[in-house]
Ligand binder design. Sequence first.
Ligand SMILES: Cc1cc2nc3c(=O)[nH]c(=O)nc-3n(C[C@H](O)[C@H](O)[C@H](O)COP(=O)(O)OP(=O)(O)OC[C@H]3O[C@@H](n4cnc5c(N)ncnc54)[C@H](O)[C@@H]3O)c2cc1C
Length: 363
Amino acid sequence: MAEADPPAMRWWGWGDPARPPAMPAHALEFLRETVGIAAQPRPPVALGAVHIAQPALTEQTAAALRGITGAEGVRDDHSERVVHAAGKGYPDLVALRAGQPEGAPDAVVRPAGHEQLRAVLVQCARSSVAVVPWGGGTSVVGGVAPLRGEHTAVVALDMSRMRDVLDLDRQSRTIAVQAGMRAIELERYLAGRGLTLGHYPQSYEYVSLGGCAASRSAGQASSGYGRIEQMVLGLRFAAPAGDIELQAMPASAAGPELRRLLVGSEGTLGVISELSLRVRAAPSKRIYEGVFFEDFSAGSETLRALVSNGGTITHHHAVGRDHAPWMEDEVGREGLGALRALKDELDPAGIMNPGKLMVDSPE
Ligand SMILES: Cc1cc2nc3c(=O)[nH]c(=O)nc-3n(C[C@H](O)[C@H](O)[C@H](O)COP(=O)(O)OP(=O)(O)OC[C@H]3O[C@@H](n4cnc5c(N)ncnc54)[C@H](O)[C@@H]3O)c2cc1C
């Protein structure tokens, strides 16, 4: 079973509110001299002072959603909506700290399992309500921005009630988990059994495994353990049009790899509800080393020499809202068309995460 609560996070920034950030005086002085930061930090407004519009979900739809998840699974109070108003990108945090987020979800919905999740999607499609899947909320590309597109309202679909281990197969070294489980929770569970997943994005303390898979994340140990897409062996996927279940298999030659299309779909096609992941024996020893360069250009030249295989609009932060205008440059018109056709099939009403990943290119 998952622990009672995932680690707490500052609503206006990063990290545990119980551990205030502290910067040594000489570092502050250095920043003042080099980038000219203000003499006094500007504190965030009080949570209660954050301005958001009145919730737009009709009482009828809210009641239908409560009928699926129970009353505790649907919240529309001010603080829940503010906490789910933005991810952790720089523009998100500037707007939040000023008390002026771009918008907020009309409600936060927490299904307690795959069947509830699927029923929520069906209800939202019926009521023309956009759905933004929400794992750890650490997106830095506007992936969890509460955009409603052409729909009447938007809900954040928070996966935090789906954080259990479903099965551990020690012999084949695979583990099945619910997608809302946090990476940190899984590593704790595995550590007690001499195993590890080995997925450590720098946002590790707060990310969910479903969010990692949906945004195809990479971590500091990925050159050894592989990126998340190399760890996902199977998955259960709920789309408004129906479910897709891909069994965990070491390999398959049955056509194009659907698993790879769903991993990285950023909540625009449906919701990853469960995952089968490949795990490894935990290392007997961990050694961390850093390398210092004289200056920025020496460091970047060294990295360039190491990584000399072309560019992309996003190496590991997904596409979200912020990079979406350049998606066509990355995959071409036909490539984007193929993705849109898949979306039309799985999400005919277009309720899943509108405005992300697949949008029209800028003129
Ligand atoms: C300080 C910091 C450091 C970071 N370092 C890294 C790094 O080293 N490597 C890296 O890759 N990224 C990094 N990121 C970006 C971010 O943490 C990753 O993209 C991470 O994988 C997101 O996981 P999450 O659970 O927070 O997802 P969220 O932010 O909740 O969601 C991300 C996207 O996936 C969708 N989504 C979430 N859950 C599901 C689901 N179950 N099914 C379908 N769609 C879903 C959301 O709608 C959204 O589009 C960093 C972010 C911060 C703030």
